[in-house]
Design a protein around this ligand. Sequence first.
Ligand SMILES: [Zn+2]
Length: 672
Amino acid sequence: MTAHANPLLSDWTGPFGLPPFDAIRDGDFGPAFDAAMAEARANIARIATDPAPPTFANTIEALELAEGALDRVGGVFYTLAGADSTDAREDLQRDLAPKMSAFSSEIINNRALFLRIDTLWQSRDRLDLGAEEARVLDLYHRMFVRAGAQLAGPEAERLTAVKARLAVLGTRFSQNLLAEERDWFRDLSADDLAGLPDFVVETAAAAAAERGREGHVLTLNRSLIVPFLQFSPNRALRRIAYEAWTARGANGNAADNRAIAAEILSLRQERATLLGYPSFAAYKLEPEMAKTPDAVRDLLMRVWQPARDKAEADAAVLARMMHEGGINGDLEPWDWRYYSEKRRKAEHDLDEAAIKPYFSLEAMIEASFDVAHRLFGLEFRALDVPLYHPDARAWEVTRDGRHIAVFIGDYFARASKRSGAWCTAMRTQRKLGGAQAPIVMNVCNFAKGNPSLLSYDDARTLFHEFGHALHQMLSDVTYGFISGTSVARDFVELPSQLYEHWLEVPEVLAKHARHYRTGEAMPQDLMSRLLAAGTYDQAFATVEYVSSAMVDLAFHEGPAPADPMARQAEVLGELGMPKPIRMRHATPHFSHVFSGDGYSSGYYSYMWSEVMDADAFAAFTEAGDAFDPETARKLETHILSAGGSQEAEALYTAFRGRMPGVEPLLKGRGLA
Ligand SMILES: [Zn+2]
């Protein structure tokens, strides 16, 4: 074996300081994490034991830069663990979870360090800090206190143990889910393919090829199973597929997540109690815009009632269609999408298969870039640089010739990628210690095709994730701690959901939604029907979503349920869940809530942000131009470039002059 200098630890001198993916081997990560963590420990010890009295520079700014190497190694590793996992990467991720948790507990429990921060915070009014500095100091102090820095002795020790165990369980939950999604597939015979549009057949063929099989297979990937449920006339097979899909994490095998969910909930409650909160939801919601569980419930219930009524009415229509088709009995969850698709075709003469040719992936990438160019003057140039997978692509983002960011898009589903779509920054923007330009990624799970054609929903997802990417790329702050998407959880979906609105702007569709083969624009009547159908089946989507959010909230309020599945059933019963609709994410595969803390008692956030995005886009409508330069400038100044430099309410009010009400959301969902 030849010596191999660890490329994760050397300076990245290639183009734009991108990680040298072609030189990194899996075996490099373990030693790199060890070295980077040791370096961060030494830096933090130096800050904590500094004989000089604490100043903002020698404490907060020093902390901001203390974990540079760890940020770089982690930025690469967690990108790969999510987007292109291997057994070795999964093993390492399992090893790292408790180590990283112990490391952060060590910092929080560093008494000397907290005393320096606390001393600064107590004297904050006399420090003559700028607005951004004052905000960062406040957030550091809050982070330490909320993490338990004021606890001592056995309570502090117990909290550390609880957090370490939670980190292990969160990782296990997502790995189980990945295994369930990777392992399940079903061969489809020629008969099974009957009634499926070409794009579904092609996706099933690609899925078979990826698994080294002949013919066609059905998998649990959303971009295959959802269209299968929409189009397959084979009710028995739809049932098998639907049940496999919704049983993920609850199959009584080694990847069963139910006991893990119960333990997570009980440990979270203990964590909240140790910190002096009545419940985990109360603890979790305190720094968010919503602030309290009651405020969350209030919003969700205002939407629930009209959505449920409309969904019951829709269910009656779909059941009638099914009975007229000669099938007796109740409308079941595996029937909804099939009859809903038929009804959509009948009422709006809109069929998914006729729409897709106008939404090639290439055209939609171009559209998302073009909108960003018109709003913010950004330009995109494809880069030829080594990345971690042949499907991943990179662009340089500039404005007036100045480098802004590197954007990476990794769009296709594969077995090594976790499900869903997300935006992540391998490197975030900051100015402290020399300007650092961001490296931002969008990861999606679109079906690969030749060319790859998106559903309208997929195109919306692409715009959504690109909105998050803009929040990272346009960030213009000094401190990494408040950079880009480092904002309240119930505010973070505003830029992404707002960006989806531009996909619905007729001139954007006219310019970019062109037939992949002929290059012709979408016919005017098809476009009108597509836009008119915008609120189609929103009652179903709202019921799926709100029920999940209510279960999430109930899990974290009051005593932790010993049997989460029973508690889930109870909440759904109290809500009066329509029988043919199930939660969008049931407990055993609710990764928002259980793969880490991110969205725990926070799944409502999407709707909270939606209240704002509906109102924010109205600012452009009121200006009479979806690309109104003055409104775009305000959006960038007060929201997209501002990161977490102020409380979310202040940011929004600066942009819009006031806070929004819930009416534009109900109207947008056709539930007003
Ligand atoms: Zn999002």
